[in-house]
Ligand binder design. Structure first.
Ligand SMILES: C[S@@+](CC[C@H](N)C(=O)[O-])C[C@H]1O[C@@H](n2cnc3c(N)ncnc32)[C@H](O)[C@@H]1O
Length: 331
């Protein structure tokens, strides 16, 4: 396995500035894809005009939103500020959505602070006219707080709709085989058990997802340098359940570009944004790498390896601050 790690870019301003040099994005850049008509734009999504400029008259069928919600990533914003900030992009999100469309919001809940901002965010959505459909919990493998509390391993995911969008029930099945028999029920005079009655030999995901591996450095999809990457399998499940081929899917907070990659794999079109040029660049590189090498990420290498290996300033910075050294890849 290659070993070219990259520390969290958002936590290291010097590294961020050094990488900016290799980015094709700056504030306001809109990249349009000739092949599958995706777009990546470096904008602040609370600026409605910038978002609308990208959409023009297009409307999205599905939004997958993963804002920098948690108290670690968002430490500088207080809860009220966070909610007012959310209000701005949520309103825009609804405006650029089709009359029959679906919305998924990943959110955090700070267990030592009255589960902020979860309740306030739900109240915000209550005033928007969207209809609530499900509160999904995804189980993480790694957690925190194991000594004096239950280990926090939950990822909250809210599902809302506008109008009456399609929901594809088949996408809701996991790859876990049904092994337990039981739940006997009489059907047409014969007693049957659940596997006989069921349409699938696999169990349904339902609103508790236990079958998705959290991203870590041994997985192909890993994107080093990113701090909040969602598993591709989770985003693919959402896209398959709540959109159809060629539909437009939107993600306001691209980061490592997971929704874009999932859309590319599943034949959807995706418009995605990030206000940080470095994360826009990573999103574009992830798409290019997928098209060229059929890889969904870099495992324990990283998107900037080719430049870093020839850049003494970055190599010195990584050695001095993290004791990271790179060796040349054999081509
Ligand atoms: C939690 S991460 C999203 C992770 C993503 N779902 C993934 O799988 O990689 C949030 C991202 O939102 C971006 N962001 C923060 N504020 C923003 C804003 N006002 N407009 C656009 N993007 C923003 C951050 O730079 C960060 O990359």
């Amino acid at each position: 396995m290659l070993n070219h790690p990259l520390p969290r870019i958002d936590k290291d301003e010097k590294l961020r500035k050094l990488l900016l040099h290799y980015c094709r994005f700056k504030e306001g850049t809109i990249w349009s894809d000739n092949l599958n008509k995706h777009k990546i734009a470096c904008i602040d999504v609370t600026d409605k005009d910038s978002v609308k400029k990208v959409f023009r008259r297009a409307k999205t069928k599905l939004s997958v939103q993963d804002p920098p919600y948690n108290f670690i990533a968002f430490s500088e914003k207080r809860n009220d500020d966070f909610i007012s900030w959310c209000k701005k992009w949520v309103e825009t999100n609804i405006e650029i959505s089709d009359d029959n469309s679906s919305f998924y919001f990943w959110l955090g809940a700070d267990q030592i602070n009255h589960f902020e901002p979860f309740a306030e965010f739900i109240l915000l959505l209550k005033d928007t006219g969207l209809t609530s459909r499900s509160f999904i919990t995804m189980r993480n493998q790694r957690g925190y707080g194991t000594q004096k509390n239950w280990m926090a391993i939950r990822q909250e995911l809210l599902f809302y709709i506008k109008g009456k969008p399609k929901f594809n029930i088949k996408a809701e099945y996991t790859d876990i085989p049904k092994v337990l028999k039981g739940y006997y029920k009489e059907v047409g005079g014969t007693v049957t058990e659940n596997t006989e009655r069921s349409k699938s030999e696999f169990i349904r995901a339902g609103n508790v997802w236990i079958d998705i591996q959290q991203v870590f450095y041994r997985m192909e999809e890993n994107v080093n340098g990113c701090y909040a990457q969602k598993p591709l399998k989770a985003i693919m499940r959402i896209i398959q359940a709540s959109s159809s081929k060629k539909n437009l899917v939107t993600d306001f907070f691209a980061h490592s570009g997971t929704t874009l990659i999932a859309s590319e794999i599943l034949g959807r079109r995706c418009f995605t944004f990030d206000n940080d040029p470095v994360f826009c660049e990573i999103t574009l590189r992830r798409l290019e790498n997928f098209r060229k090498n059929k890889k969904t990420g870099w495992q324990n290498s990283n998107p900037f390896y080719d430049e870093i290996i020839n850049d003494k300033k970055i190599l010195n910075h990584l050695k001095k601050n993290y004791n990271i050294t790179y060796s040349r890849e054999k081509k």
